[in-house]
Design a protein around this ligand. Structure first.
Ligand code: KG4
Ligand code: ZN
Length: 333
């Protein structure tokens, strides 16, 4: 069974072909980083236009690399939300055309559901139920995951997502876009314990997060130094910021495991590519005796292989979409 997956929810055009739910035949990602860099963030209109330009050649290349003709594809699945509406519409319209033209099923996938399922592309797969920590540019949330397509929200950010905070702090420090990877690289050469930053929400029960206050603490720290005519210790500040984010994520994830009496934690989303977060959770897993499942970085950031996994499980259940499939901007959990 071969499924072709399309992902265009944000600033990556991605196409993957998956065989029998786990064998990746192709997994292509065309990043728009270059296009948006000079604006210091994603410009939605430009993102949609780029998706439109890239999606057909990218899909053709995916088929070529897998040595397949379109007639050998059994179903087409596509992200229809959450994300940028203009971007989603391009992927969904394209997928509809393929499904209609080939008379094959069309399957709609939720982007967050797919992030949670990225771990199933790895050899070691978690047993259900597990707790998933999804940390991306648009979302930061903890879920109790009962099955491939059944998951319940335990808590989420009340303001900025973790990745968004990374990106905003990077912009503030004039480090460029996208900020997560840049901050993480600079942090490696800094001391995380020199600049005191808050650990938002750790003093509160529950599993919600908040990162905008942390971002403001960085702004205030920088402004204060500037007023005094002092230079900003970029490496130490990046390290301190990264450590603060990671500690909050770790503490809330551990609390969620304890509250649900679960021994399996899955990490997902773009920020899951962060080295400090991965190492900290590995260490915590050893200390507290829970099992940690980490998708490789290429499956953490946006990709279509994870969409294909989600699509596959919907295919098995006969959950098909009709040609009037719509898109949605905000998460519906
Ligand atoms: O999941 P993703 O690719 O797209 C969304 O669905 O949002 O996540 C992108 C986010 C961006 O905010 C980016 O800065 C962050 O993930 N990110 C990182 C790292 N790599 C990507 N954040 C921290 N450390 C990283 N190594
Ligand atoms: Zn994502």
């Amino acid at each position: 069974m071969k499924i072709l997956a399309i992902e265009t929810s944000c600033d990556e055009t991605a196409c993957a072909i998956l065989k029998d739910g786990e064998k990746i035949l192709t997994n292509l990602v065309a990043s728009q980083e270059e296009l948006h860099r000079r604006y210091g963030g994603i410009v939605p209109e430009l993102a949609s236009r780029k998706h439109m330009e890239v999606i057909l050649p990218l899909t053709q290349e995916a088929l070529e690399r897998a040595n397949l003709g379109l007639e050998e594809i059994d179903a087409v699945c596509v992200t229809n939300g959450p994300g940028l509406i203009g971007s989603l519409v391009i992927g969904v319209s394209f997928a509809k055309a393929l499904a209609y033209g080939r008379k094959i099923p069309l399957i709609a996938c939720d982007h967050i559901n797919a992030h949670i399922l990225a771990v199933f592309l790895e050899k070691e797969k978690p047993p259900f139920p597990f707790v998933a920590l999804v940390v991306s540019g648009g979302h930061t949330a903890l879920f109790w995951v009962k099955d491939y397509l059944e998951f319940y929200l335990l808590g989420q950010t009340r303001d900025d997502a973790a990745g968004e905070a990374f990106d905003k702090v990077a912009k503030l420090l004039g480090l460029g876009y996208p900020g997560g990877r840049i901050i993480s690289r600079l942090a490696e050469e800094g001391n995380p314990d020199l600049i005191p930053l808050p650990r938002p929400m750790l003093d509160k029960p529950g599993f919600d997060f908040s990162f905008s206050g942390l971002k403001t603490a960085v702004v205030n720290y920088v402004n204060d130094l500037k007023l005094k005519g002092l230079s900003v210790p970029i490496h130490d500040l990046c390290a301190a910021f990264e450590k603060a984010v990671v500690e909050v994520l770790k503490e809330k994830a551990v609390a969620a495991l304890l509250a649900t009496n679960c021994q399996h934690l899955v990490l997902a989303g773009g920020v899951a590519a962060n080295k400090r977060l991965r190492e900290t959770l590995k260490h915590e897993a050893q200390k507290r005796n829970f099992k940690l499942y980490l998708p490789s970085p290429e499956f953490c950031t946006d990709n279509a292989a994870m969409i294909a996994v989600c699509g596959y499980h919907k295919y098995l259940r006969g959950e098909f979409a009709s040609l009037d499939l719509d898109v949605y901007a905000r998460a519906n959990f």
